[in-house]
Write a protein that binds this ligand. Structure first.
Ligand code: 7GP
Length: 824
């Protein structure tokens, strides 16, 4: 179906001709070239500069309005912002996408080719970082005063290459050739102290003070990325800090001929913002990582306080003006840092400083996995941040002696259990405990997850302060995840329910009444097919694999982790392959399995799973006996830009984590919004998706959370399942042969071993049979295309709840208490 022209969804701020003039002007004045000589890179930069004429003006208006109103603002502290590309999104939000596309076409350029020049801004690992990106989009769209704070990494998440089936990591240099969206703000540079020692001094008044004599200083240089709200009334700022050597130069070393030595200070300072740690859901525990955390928290707090002090001479109004959201525990060190500033630098007494901290900070938990709960060795803290360690000790002492003692008098075991300091061979600071003890709210990210946060993760804290625990279910921005990535479906909705849905996603509900309408179904499925054709072309281009757009596309895209169970899908693929080999008439529609996933570089088993998927793909895709009924694709370098092609093309959204382990998931929401059906477990936000779309429009399998807990408590034995299911045994044994790795038997055996000798911690074998059974039901349903179309339409039309605007309104209502500010 040809894409129908979009109705004007928002004000067009520039006509096509004005846009054309602006691009040509910027080719010459900004890029130093002209229409005849410019390459696509220059065309892209000139196009951005044309858009920026509008964006920067709104940015200035927004900051003026916020300064004038002196309004309360949220400061979203996050070590990760997984932004992806900005150009198409910003053009849509400013309302000039159509004008830009037509202007470029007039100039002989294709808007997609030009926008393809933009590297992804991959300053995040996965769900947590992408959520932060959706949230700042929604905050701007809803006209809330907000600043995102993070690190201006020189290298984002590594680029993944697949060589011989294995993942190879390559550096990501997203801003090597300049980035037109960022503005350097040297006027707001901050200095950050590190290392050294603490001195106790007594003033003339006899009062004791602590003085931290830092051993080093580094400089934080802010880069501002405009965050363009939909319809561009508000343009907020994402402020990212780059580390530089402080403003002194070691002339002695230099003059003594040690030019190289004098550079070492510089390179050490610059190392701080050099690279994003590539671990998802596991902590790094390295000194440089602690310094990264402190560096961006210290810069951000100084920035917040500087702004506050413009209108206030004391701190009595601070927590009324500023709320600081900690995106997981990564920015927790902001808590002792604010205490330090208030006490040591501003002269407040402990109780007043503590009261301010308790009213300022709130904490979001994103995972229950124990390996992700950050702990820092006390000796590291002492070395890098000696004053902060003292403050943490004092927070802990008061907490244990006052609050824990009052609730559980004389219970030393409880004190040990709840202490922010974990005793043991290496004493550790438990960052999550510091968060919960301080923050006025702690939230989980889906209804079920928030219950588990209370019951399993922090039960005693919940007993102490039940009112502090809330839920805010995640969401995704419909501007990027429908309007910009699926223009065809967006246009169809414009015609069906009007053009307000990018702001009020619930309005898609209006399309559900056409779920049975033959013509609507036909159009809906034609769009899905068009997106599948686009993806099939991409697959052929990137992987050299031909897939049919008429096959059912099963898509599993997310970080690689045992709990996400990509290997469960792999075992299932092996089972289907076996069935086809054993019975050429095995009744199954054509199937394509599409994976996209990065593994943490040090996570051996995760990398082995990628290798296994690729090796199985090689075999299956080239086996003439199965007549193309089954194809397996691993798309390299999964990232936001690739995701924008995958979500619209999926038929089946695989959300197959062990129940109780996926805090929420957000890919599940993007798939449903684009008309894919979920095949998933009762985990994370799948539970709420089921509530919205109805039990008859989702395929649930496997154990629920209580069953998982019960099985584990009873003593799970994976061998029972191995011996109990001949098909499962056969596919596991297959992994040990050299069938998929000719001449190299055992190359895929680590997967089998982790599931048997390794104890199968995520119950892959226990859920295998239920998965294959439910999969058959999905296949049958898919072959009834009318029924399928109806279910797909209902899915897409029913997930308005998962708009990140709704999440933000929940945060505002339950935690942040902000008021909107309308710029002029
Ligand atoms: C993820 C969760 O795994 C995912 O379920 C959730 O949707 C997402 O956060 C957003 O809330 N967690 C991470 O990405 C992560 O790194 C470790 O967690 C702190």
């Amino acid at each position: 179906m040809a894409a129908k022209k979009a109705k004007a969804t928002n004000t067009v701020a520039l006509s096509k001709d004005q846009f054309k003039d602006a691009i040509v002007k910027h080719l010459r004045s900004t890029c130093g070239t002209d229409e005849a000589r410019a390459n696509n890179q220059a065309w892209w930069k000139a196009t951005c500069a044309a858009v920026n004429e509008l964006v920067f003006e709104r940015l200035t208006e927004t900051s003026k309005a916020n300064a004038e109103k002196d309004s309360r603002a949220v400061h979203y502290l996050s070590l990760e912002f997984l932004m992806g590309r900005l150009t198409v999104n910003n053009m849509h939000n400013v309302g000039v996408f159509g004008a830009a596309r037509d202007a470029l076409a007039d100039l002989g350029k294709d808007v997609n080719d030009i926008c393809d020049e933009e590297p992804d801004m991959a300053l995040g690992n996965g769900g947590l970082g992408r959520l932060a990106a959706c949230f700042i989009d929604s905050l701007a769209t809803l006209n809330y005063p907000a600043v995102g704070y993070g690190i201006h990494y020189e290298h984002g998440l590594f680029r993944q290459e697949i060589q011989g089936g294995r993942q190879i990591e390559r550096p990501d240099s997203w801003r090597e050739y300049g980035n037109p969206w960022e503005i350097c703000r040297p006027e707001s540079i901050q200095e950050v102290p590190l290392y050294g020692y603490v001195e106790t001094v007594f003033g003339e008044d006899g009062k004791m003070r602590k003085v931290w004599h830092a051993g080093r200083q580094i400089k934080g240089v802010p880069w501002d990325i405009p965050v363009v709200g939909y319809e561009a009334k508000t343009v907020n700022v994402l402020r990212l800090w780059e580390s530089k050597a402080a403003d002194f130069f070691d002339w002695d070393v230099f003059n003594a001929g040690g030019y190289i030595d004098s550079q070492s200070e510089k390179s050490q300072a610059e190392a701080v913002s050099k690279v994003l740690y590539p671990n998802d859901e596991s902590e790094a525990g390295k000194e440089l990582r602690l310094i990264q955390q402190y560096f961006f928290c210290a810069c951000s707090l100084k920035d917040i306080i500087r702004r506050y002090k413009r209108n206030h001479s004391d701190f009595s109004q601070f927590s009324k003006q500023a709320v600081i959201q900690l995106n997981d525990t990564h920015p927790t060190v902001a808590i002792p840092e604010l205490m330090r500033i208030l006490i040591d630098e501003e002269g407040l007494v402990w109780d007043d400083a503590w009261a301010i901290c308790k009213e300022t900070f709130a904490y979001t938990n994103h995972t229950l996995l124990p390996e992700a709960l950050e702990k820092w060795a006390v000796y590291l803290f002492e070395k890098v941040l000696p004053r902060h360690l003292e403050i943490i000790y004092e927070i802990n002492r008061r907490f244990l002696e006052d609050e824990v003692e009052a609730k559980w008098p004389g219970n030393d075991e409880m004190k040990r259990h709840l202490s922010i300091i974990e005793e043991g061979e290496t004493r550790m600071v438990r960052m999550a405990f510091l968060c919960v003890v301080t923050c006025f709210k702690t939230n989980g990210v889906a209804a079920m997850h928030s219950e588990l946060v209370k019951e399993d993760l922090f039960p005693e804290f919940y007993e102490l302060w039940p009112e502090r625990f809330v839920n805010v279910t995640n969401g995704v921005t419909p501007r990027r995840w429908l309007l910009a990535c699926n223009e065809q479906l967006a246009n169809m909705y414009n015609e069906t329910v009007g053009t307000d849905w990018p702001l009020k996603l619930d309005e898609l509900k209006g399309a559900a009444k056409f779920a049975d309408d033959a013509k609507f179904q036909k159009n809906f499925m034609a769009i899905k097919r068009e997106k599948k054709v686009e993806l099939a072309d991409k697959i052929e281009e990137l992987c050299g694999i031909k897939v049919s757009p008429d096959a059912m596309f099963n898509v599993l895209i997310k970080r690689l982790h045992e709990y996400k169970r990509q290997h469960l899908a792999l075992l299932h693929i092996l089972a289907l392959y076996r069935r086809l080999l054993e019975n050429p008439d095995y009744d199954m529609g054509p199937q394509v399995f599409i994976f996209g996933s990065k593994a943490a570089p040090g996570y051996k088993l995760a990398k082995d799973i990628i290798y296994a998927i690729n090796k199985v793909a090689d075999k299956v895709n080239n086996d003439p006996r199965i007549k193309d009924k089954l194809k397996v694709v691993f798309m390299p370098n999964y990232r936001v830009t690739l995701a924008e092609k995958l979500f619209p093309a999926g038929d089946v959204s695989l959300q197959i984590s062990t129940a109780g382990y996926e805090a929420s998931g957000t890919g599940n929401m993007k798939f449903a919004l684009n008309g894919a059906l979920t095949l998933g477990t009762m985990d994370g936000a799948n539970v709420e998706i089921r509530e919205e779309v109805g039990d008859e429009n989702i395929f649930i399998f496997g154990m629920d959370c209580d069953e998982v807990k019960a099985l584990k408590a009873a003593g799970y034995n994976p061998w029972d399942y191995y011996y109990g299911n001949p098909e499962l045994k056969a596919v596991l044994d297959w992994l040990e042969t050299d069938f998929f790795t000719p001449g190299a038997p055992g190359e895929l055996a680590s997967i089998k071993h982790s599931l048997l000798e390794g104890g199968d911690p995520y119950l892959v074998l226990a859920d295998f049979e239920s998965f294959t059974t439910q999969y058959t039901a999905v296949d049958v349903a898919y072959r009834d295309q009318k029924k399928w179309a109806k279910m797909a339409i209902i899915n897409s039309a029913s997930v308005g709840k998962f708009n990140s605007d709704r999440s933000i309104e929940d945060y505002v209502d339950r935690i942040w208490k902000l008021e909107k500010v309308m710029p002029n």
